[in-house]
Each structure stands twice: as structure tokens, then as C-alpha cells.
Design a protein around this ligand. Structure first.
Ligand code: SF4
Length: 347
């Protein structure tokens, strides 16, 4: 594909979202990436939070974490380039040990994944012996390896319920855990990891059914009920959608809460004068590009610094220089694989 063909493809979708002067430069980069992708027998996966010019040009597949995990599990390509953050690229590697998995920006981390270590999970398991551990997919491989099953925001409640356990350890997002607790009718606690006798072993009556951790997404935690009230005062007929990593108060004040894919479907299927998404701002741009008839309001004062490090330039360099290669020790990968595969089976 040449740069002009790429420009025309991108313009058809991004005409009202990206100015022409930028589109020309990005089309040039995107055309080089697509050609190199074919040469290297690579597949590119793009998360819903990628900026519009990248999102609508180079990925073979776009979607949320669960979608992209499934695509990663099915690919027959030699190289997987993950336009997302490190824990997502790690998940692709967990599912595809023989393939080269590349993350275009070395420092594309995540505040949730960084909030908990494998030692923390081992300490929780020691404190609550026999209690199954559900880890959000936004965790690193060694934390997944200590878990019984993973989940995403789209299947968190279903995963918890699939365990048929009286009590479940749910890590690491405090707000997602509280939202799941509300949805599944469970009582939640956030224990301190001080050395104390195990309540599970002491025979005392457990008053809780979900054991959480105080990790937060540095983007979603910043949206407030006041933000919602201010937007509703200005646009009384706005429909507000929030991600379940937002606080339970924000979720309760919204009209809909769901994973990024669920939010996209909701906007596509709903008629409203205005929509506001409480999630990474780029997703509003991507929905607006695909649905020009929808009026998408955006609160862009909060951005994910990690997702925003992934650029077309970095992706081109990733393919050119074979960087940054994701490696996971095999004993950790095998244990993490069980938890991820179990999640994919639940769907
Ligand atoms: S938006 Fe939040 S959960 Fe997603 S990568 Fe950024 S910090 Fe992590």
C-alpha cells in the first residue's frame, strides 16, 4: 500500500476528527508500517484507547483486552505487535510462547498493574487459605501466575460467579471490585496484610464474600460525580457512560457502565442528542470517527499516560528494530496461562 492509498483510506474515516495536515504525515508512517507488517509476517493488535490515526490505519484487529486476548490466541503470524500497554502484550506472550511479541513503547505500563506484586498475592493467599483468586487482566504475568482465573471488565461478575465459591479474592482494582460486589450482591472487605491468624482457619464466621485490593486506574479514579453534575447542567439530555474502573458513586450517577466494547455497542445502538464517555478520551474520538451522526462530548483533562506513549513512529521502529521484545520465564508463563485460558473459556 502506498502513502496516497493509506491517506484516502484514513480520510474516509477520519475526515472530521484529524486535520488533513496531520493525516498526510500519519498516512505516510502507517503505509510504511503496513508494508513492513506484511514483510515480517506480523499481526498488529490495537486497543480501543489508541489515538484515532493509529486505531483506524494499521491494526488487523481492534477491541478491548478480552477481544484482543482472543485474537492473540488465534493468530498464526510469527510476530504480534501489541499497540496497547505492557500487561496486554504479556497476555499475548502467555498465549503464544513461540511467537515474537513486541510492545512499541518500553515504558507503556499501567497504574493498576503496578499496584500489586506476586508477593502481595502470596501473602493474601496465606491469610485466606483455600480462597480462590480472581485477577483482573490488568496485572503482570507473575501476578496472573498466582491467580486461579483472570477476568476483564466485561466478564468480571461472570468469572466471580463461575467459581461458585462463598468467598473470592478479587484483585487489584478497588473500584471494579466494589462494582462487582454490588452487581453480584457480595459484601467486600479490604484487608491489611499484617501477620494475623487466618480468619478462615480460625473458625469465625466470615461476613464478607469478596476480598479486594486498593489498586486504582489513574484515569478512571479521577472522574467525579461533580463532573457528571456539571455536564448534565450544561447538557440536560446527555447520556453518560462510565467504565467500571470508575468509583461506584460515578457508576451509579451514570446512565450506563460497561467495558470499552460494551460502551461502543451502547452508543451505536442508542439514540441520544449527546453522549459522554468517562474513560480514556481517545475512545470518544474513535467512536465519533465511526459514527459521525453521534455527538460525542469528551472530558479530555484526564489522559492515560501509558496508552498515549504508543505512537505510529514507535510502532514503525518496533517492526524495523524488533523491539521491545516481551519475555516471560516459562514457569511463570505456564501458571499464568492456566488463569488466562480459564478466563477465555468463560468468555
Ligand atoms: S487507562 Fe488505567 S487501566 Fe488502562 S492502562 Fe491506563 S492506567 Fe492502566
Amino acid at each position: 500500500m502506498n502513502a496516497q492509498e493509506m491517506y484516502e483510506k484514513m480520510k474516509a474515516r477520519l475526515d472530521k476528527v484529524v486535520p488533513d495536515v496531520e493525516l498526510r504525515i500519519k498516512a505516510e508512517l502507517a503505509a510504511q508500517i503496513v508494508n513492513l507488517k506484511q514483510e515480517k509476517n506480523a499481526v498488529i493488535l490495537g486497543h480501543n484507547y489508541m489515538e484515532p490515526a493509529l486505531f483506524y490505519s494499521i491494526p488487523d484487529f481492534t477491541g478491548d483486552s478480552l477481544d484482543l486476548s482472543r485474537k492473540a490466541a488465534q493468530t498464526d503470524k510469527d510476530v504480534i505487535v501489541f499497540c496497547g500497554v505492557r500487561f496486554m502484550a504479556e497476555t499475548a506472550k502467555i498465549l503464544n510462547p513461540s511467537k515474537t511479541v513486541l510492545l512499541p513503547a518500553e515504558k507503556a505500563g499501567c497504574s493498576l498493574a503496578a499496584s500489586i506484586t506476586a508477593d502481595d498475592v502470596r501473602a493474601l493467599k496465606a491469610k485466606f487459605p483455600g480462597v480462590p483468586v480472581v485477577s483482573y487482566v490488568n496485572t503482570y504475568a507473575d501476578v496472573k501466575a498466582e491467580s486461579d482465573v483472570c477476568c476483564t471488565s466485561s466478564n468480571a461478575a461472570a468469572v466471580v460467579e463461575s467459581l461458585h465459591a462463598e468467598t473470592v479474592i478479587f484483585l487489584p482494582d478497588e473500584y471494579l471490585a466494589k462494582n462487582v460486589a454490588r452487581e453480584t450482591g457480595k459484601h467486600i472487605i479490604f484487608p491489611a496484610l499484617t501477620p494475623s491468624p487466618s480468619p478462615a482457619g480460625s473458625g469465625e464466621q466470615l461476613e464478607y464474600q469478596l476480598i479486594g485490593w486498593r489498586g486504582r486506574c489513574e484515569v478512571h479514579e479521577k472522574f467525579t460525580v461533580k463532573d457528571i453534575e456539571a455536564v448534565r447542567a450544561q447538557f440536560p439530555d446527555v447520556v453518560i457512560l462510565s467504565h467500571p474502573e470508575c468509583s461506584p458513586e460515578v457508576v451509579a450517577a451514570s446512565d450506563f457502565s460497561g467495558s470499552t466494547n460494551a460502551m461502543i455497542r451502547y452508543v451505536q445502538q442508542t439514540k441520544a442528542p449527546h453522549f459522554l464517555l468517562l474513560t480514556e478520551c481517545a475512545m470518544g474520538d474513535n467512536i465519533a470517527a465511526a459514527n459521525p451522526e453521534k455527538d460525542m462530548l469528551r472530558l479530555c483533562m484526564v489522559r492515560c499516560p501509558h496508552m498515549n506513549t504508543i505512537t505510529l513512529e514507535d510502532t514503525l521502529n518496533a517492526l524495523k528494530l524488533n523491539r521491545y521484545v516481551i519475555e516471560i520465564p516459562e514457569e511463570i508463563r505456564l501458571k499464568a496461562y492456566r488463569a488466562v485460558e480459564r478466563m477465555i473459556q468463560i468468555g
